[in-house]
Design a protein around this ligand. Structure first.
Ligand code: TYC
Length: 103
């Protein structure tokens, strides 16, 4: 008896009902003027990183030119980057955080 006859054959690969959200990186960019302590303060306040992790992330950006802080949904990434960029602007520092889609 073939599948056609019984009508009981399982449907082939149905489309997943919930799409995986695309993920975005929040990237810390180095500059020559923002004080290290200010960068660490922003990482602790906006991203809730520990003092130790904030220091490491800041030093990685300082040495390498940039450092990924977190990977999250687009909405969260853009909100956090804006919060941090606004703090820097208010304080008069050129610190910049950018977002970019993850490959
Ligand atoms: N390079 C800055 C300095 O020497 C410190 C710094 C680190 C600035 C990381 C931005 O993303 C940054 N004062």
């Amino acid at each position: 008896m073939s599948d056609k006859d019984t009508g009981l054959a399982p449907r082939l690969k149905s489309k997943p009902k919930v799409e995986k959200p695309k993920l975005y990186k929040v990237i810390l960019l180095n500059d020559d003027y923002t004080p290290r302590e200010f960068v660490v303060m922003v990482l602790k306040a906006v991203f809730r990183l520990s003092a130790d992790v904030s220091q490491r992330v800041m030093m990685t950006a300082h040495r390498m030119g940039s450092c990924v802080i977190v990977v999250c949904t687009r909405d969260v990434a853009e909100t956090k980057a804006k919060e941090a960029n606004d703090l820097a602007k208010q304080a008069g520092f050129p610190l910049m955080l950018a977002t970019e889609p993850e490959e």
